[in-house]
Design a protein around this ligand. Structure first.
Ligand code: SF4
Ligand code: SF4
Length: 189
């Protein structure tokens, strides 16, 4: 986990470099649209362990709310033929399409437009909004860096994700878990 925290420090430095070069935080303070369709996003073991620390710090009422949201997403996914096993091959992209734009598509940790585990959020949540190098392509939220995405050196998301996978393997876990299933499992335990 120490190595994971070193990675988070590195990501923060990269983000600060991009903020300095581009003129600040790119997201409007009241925007949380990207948290609306992340119920199936893939979370690696090392990210899951950090997320668990964030969950453990929350009051029981909030945890119940989060668990309820996760279970609602799981129920709706099940009605469309998805389960924890068959979602992951494409990192949850096909499955999210069936709940996109509905309350069940939301991240379970999104409460009143705020991330309940902000300091412990997964890596993609930290970098989305900035230009990122992902799968040999340049990706970016469609609301940010409009018309100037290629002007800046992107965040190396491919590397961050690789480090997460390697650290997870060292922890003995190679599987990624879709967000809502992971949260449900953590809170059931
Ligand atoms: S973990 Fe937090 S930042 Fe990430 S999608 Fe969920 S609510 Fe949004
Ligand atoms: S990344 Fe995009 S959708 Fe997410 S908060 Fe920033 S502007 Fe909004």
């Amino acid at each position: 986990m120490e190595a994971y925290h070193e990675l988070l420090d590195e990501i923060q430095l990269d983000i600060e470099r991009l903020r300095e070069e581009s003129g600040g935080v790119p997201c409007p303070s009241n925007c949380f649209a990207c948290c609306r369709n992340t119920a199936t996003m893939a979370i690696s073991e090392v990210e899951a362990r950090d997320l668990k620390v964030g969950l453990e710090a929350l009051p029981i009422e909030i945890l119940r709310h989060i668990r309820r949201k996760a279970e609602q997403s799981i129920r709706k996914l099940k009605a469309h033929g998805y389960d924890v096993e068959n979602i992951m091959p494409d990192a949850g992209m096909e499955a999210i399409a069936v709940i996109k734009g509905t309350p069940e598509g939301e991240c379970p940790m999104l409460i009143g437009g705020v991330c309940a585990i902000y300091e412990h959020r997964p890596v993609i949540c930290r970098v989305w909004g900035y230009p990122i190098h992902s799968g040999n392509e340049l990706a970016c939220c469609h609301k940010t860096f409009i018309g100037k995405r290629r002007r800046f050196r992107p965040l190396n998301y491919d590397r961050y994700w690789k480090v997460c996978q390697n650290l997870s393997t060292e922890l003995g876990a190679t599987r990624k878990t879709p967000n809502c299933y992971l949260v449900s499992q953590l809170l059931s335990a």
